[in-house]
Design a protein around this ligand. Sequence first.
Ligand code: MLT
Ligand code: MN
Ligand code: ZN
Length: 305
Amino acid sequence: MQVLVLGSAAGGGFPQWNCHCPQCSACRQGSSRAQPRTQSSIAVSDNGEDWVLINASPDIRQQINANSQIASADGARGSGIRAVVVTDSQIDHTTGLLILREGLPLDLYCTEMVRADLSESFPLLKMMTHWHGGYRQQPISVAPDAEFTIPQVPGLRFEPVPLKSNAPPYSPHRNDYHVGDSIGLKITDKTSGKVLFYAPGLGELSGDVLAALAQADCAMVDGTLWQDDEMLRLGLGSSLGSQMGHLSVSGEQGMLALLSPFQRLRKILIHINNTNPILDPDSPEYAQVCAAGVEVAFDGMLIQL
Ligand code: MLT
Ligand code: MN
Ligand code: ZN
């Protein structure tokens, strides 16, 4: 399996267009070594030609153009994207579905909770039917032990792991958790037997998440914020990470501490907010992440499993 990081930043990207926090400003001015990053998305493939897009960010056009293995096609029009999976209905994971209109129809895999959000509060799926029929909806069951395959990428098996992370601000159940609001994915390469666990939004490590981490060879998990109150401290927002469904990286109960028992696992932080100091390779926080044996995802990162 090949795993390609298309976008490693959280919603807003890095630098965020209207943000003048020290880190966004330094990135814009070129005075830090922190690399710009686009919004949250990965793609997976069993052969390097046929790809499943996992989350469709508003930066998808730029992301495809930056990665020739996904941009290539046999005909006059086309790309390597054979199907799309979205793990939640957040803006940063779904607005790319509008951008992909020229390539419709496409199969779209999502849970019933996500389908409802994308049909009612943000009726994207209805709108897109006007482009060659739009998205062919393929339900993801969140029943225990549910799994699915995607016919266009037959070498991979997908298993949803329901996550306790919040539905988007526009959702009728933003603060009223429903199973399927957000899922992680366990993706197994049927030939190599290797397992990726992908969870860009993780509010807590439930038993299911711990089991997925124990089985995985590589985990790409929520690296949104260094500290729960980071946005408040910088005067940039009124919400704690925990109120948005993101477990912070540092602290006794933070992601680094919770990942530490998994010694065999390749650990990668992804979905990183522009305020998170781990974006700067010269920061002490970045050094702390490296010392813990954890990597920080970057756009274009390619992993072979
Ligand atoms: C989140 O995961 O909470 C998002 O990045 C929010 C957003 O896209 O605005
Ligand atoms: Mn997000
Ligand atoms: Zn910023």
